[in-house]
Design a protein around this ligand. Sequence first.
Ligand SMILES: [Zn+2]
Length: 439
Amino acid sequence: MKRMVRLLKLTLAAMLAAAFFAGCGSFTAPEPSPADPAPSGTASENNADHEANNEPIEEETPPPAPPLPPPTEATLIAIGDIMMHTPQLPGAYDEESGTYDFSNFFVQVRSRLTDADWAFANLETPIAGDERGFRGYPTFNAPAALADAMKDAGIDIVSTANNHTLDQGYNGLAHTLETLRERGLAAIGTADSEEKAEEITFIERNGIKTAFLAYTYGTNGIPVPKDKPYAVSLIEDERIIRQIQLAREEGADVVAVSLHFGNEYQRMPSDEQKRLARLTIESGADLVIGHHPHVVQPYELYRVEEDDGRVREGLIMYSLGNFISNQFGDYKEYGAILEVTFRKTYNEDGTAETKIVSYDAIPTWVHKYVEKGKNRYRVVVLDDLAETGSDVLLSQRMVAQLIQKSEEMNKHLDQYAVEAGAEPAAPPKSETGEDNPSY
Ligand SMILES: [Zn+2]
């Protein structure tokens, strides 16, 4: 792996050196003195010009190195499970037009997602077409309007590899991919052809080329079709390692790996999650975006010492929790927004390096409320609520309880950073003094 990275850098250096010499020859090539025999026609002409004009011949100094390109930065935002349980449907349905509108889910996170350079989400439901009927658990099928709302909210990359991928069979999977593609959303982790399964998704922003990979632990016991083994990208160490290597060979500055893994409703990562996520970083990934437990698990900045002694840092978000769902209680209504900023810098030798320069995990909360006799859902960003201190749809008592919950969630998210003696990503909020809430 590391050999290949170095090889790539050498190739890049050679290309840049070639470009450098080709570039400087056209405007600063040293001219021969009149006494020297002219080595070429062009030089001879230049020579003749000098003689005719009687210009003094000055000794040329070596050309200055061209300035290095300035560093660039780009920010990735990731949100967790987008679920569509049956109770979420009626409130989004307009009887007059016969259409669904799910934009309310995203209304408070839209500006963050649209401002980001990459916005990722895990789509935990097929979008298999109207004729099958829409339903929630256990075999999901959501309206295509969900994809419209995701697109409108600024999401541009979607993992479709999770345990509900095959809820509506292979045709449901293929219909989901078509629906996402039609709206310009990149889907990762499932495929409707062998070629597409092997193709790595790259999205470049501000000169930073990011590869996106996605895998799931399984498909709820629904077998992957025997004649289409490529349809779902399952977690297999060798496959993950190989695809990370491939992404690097194909010029990825950043490799982000989405893993649908872990144990449901467990607020701390399992040993297997830690093993796999760390192996993913050791294999060359920069970021692990974890989801599936339906509750938030902490993040971890994982350091890998390379053969040459350099230390590389990768970020593991073990579980983003539910972004939107009808699951409540035992922390299932809390999620996290992960924000990671990468900076690419260029070296004198023509190589470039991309590193994580900042990150944050921001707790969210699903607000279910009744409007015109129907259940409505929206995601509230708790740090934003703490900042404004009020919300038109929430009582002040509820706001105070949520601000306290926000502190608790921030502590939960930051606990590995605190353990490691590092600054937590999100500074702790001031105490509110409220009692432990229950709602
Ligand atoms: Zn899941």
